[in-house]
Ligand binder design. Structure first.
Ligand SMILES: Cc1cc2nc3c(=O)[nH]c(=O)nc-3n(C[C@H](O)[C@H](O)[C@H](O)COP(=O)(O)O)c2cc1C
Ligand code: SF4
Ligand code: SF4
Length: 258
């Protein structure tokens, strides 16, 4: 039974879950959803196919949606999804099921995993103590998820119903990330190291005269801002006094687009 887990991750939460899960499944591999890997448009050979991603504006990151829409699949495969989120899990399982239905397939199970919120545009990072408490419980949750996937269990309990789905869908439709990178700027602390360019899953950054420039095809994953070793990247003025977050057990290099 071969399993392929496609993950998208800005600050490592979703990558951490994808890695831990993959380690518990036999014959399993993980593949990053990134601009480079949008060329992957066929997976008809995996027996089980999973998607692990953060929730953005109550739904799927735009690139994850595009990736799944383009993917040719074996309609009889077991499909699962894991949404990592900071507050509320939204409608991503409905969205994936709808996309798969158009291909004659369906989402067998969706799992919610609460993680530290990384949208520092709106709030400060969780304290280290709060993070650690969460991570302790998390290991047990991932073991349970792995057991469900091994047993090909069907779980549709996490789907949103009619009106809720419609209302949340309206909020999601306001999520237009591409040009949001106009709000990024750098302080004097930038030393031109290029980490921001390397962690960007959208290949949306170039370094010009030793400083990043954004190319307006942003996913708003915040990887550039969160991983900058100088904490130089800011989003408007809202992040000037806020800390930064990335998963403590993930290294930036694990997210370099591959
Ligand atoms: C643009 C953006 C929008 C987000 N929207 C939501 C949201 O609607 N609900 C929520 O619970 N968390 C939201 N978050 C928090 C992330 O879903 C959460 O921190 C996730 O675990 C980050 O995963 P990653 O480290 O793999 O990127 C948002 C984060 C970003 C960057
Ligand atoms: S990661 Fe930070 S310091 Fe390095 S080039 Fe980008 S903005 Fe400058
Ligand atoms: S520019 Fe920054 S926020 Fe936008 S996709 Fe790239 S890393 Fe993410």
């Amino acid at each position: 039974m071969s399993t392929t887990i496609y993950f998208f991750s800005g600050t490592g939460n979703s990558l951490k879950i994808a890695k831990d899960l993959s380690n518990q499944l036999e014959d399993s591999k993980i593949i990053q959803i990134s601009e480079k890997n949008l060329s992957i448009t066929n997976d008809t050979s995996s027996d089980k196919v999973g998607f692990v991603y953060p929730i953005y504006f109550n739904g799927l990151p735009a690139m994850v949606k595009k990736f799944i829409e383009s993917l040719q699949v074996n309609k009889d495969a077991y499909f699962f999804a894991i949404a990592t989120f900071g507050g509320t899990a939204g409608i991503s399982f409905n969205q994936i099921d709808d996309i798969l239905n158009k291909k004659g397939a369906s989402l067998s199970a969706g799992f919610k995993v609460k993680m530290p919120g990384n949208y520092q545009v709106m709030y400060s990072p969780w304290s280290e103590e709060k993070q650690m408490k969460r991570f302790e419980i998390l290991n047990r949750e991932v073991v349970k998820i792995a057991e469900s996937i091994k047993g090909s269990r069907v779980d549709t309990t996490n789907r949103a119903g009619g009106i809720k789905k419609a209302v949340i869908g309206l909020i999601y439709n306001t999520f237009k990330p591409n040009e949001k990178d106009n709000n990024f700027w750098t302080t004097e602390a930038c030393n031109g190291c290029g980490t921001c360019l390397k962690v960007c899953p959208a290949n949306n950054i170039t370094i010009v005269d030793g400083k990043p420039e954004w190319k307006h095809k942003c996913e708003l994953c915040l990887a550039c801002m969160q991983w900058c070793p100088k904490e130089s990247i800011q989003y408007k003025k809202s992040t000037l006094k806020r800390g930064r977050y990335h998963h403590p057990e993930i290294k930036a290099s694990e997210l370099f687009h591959r």
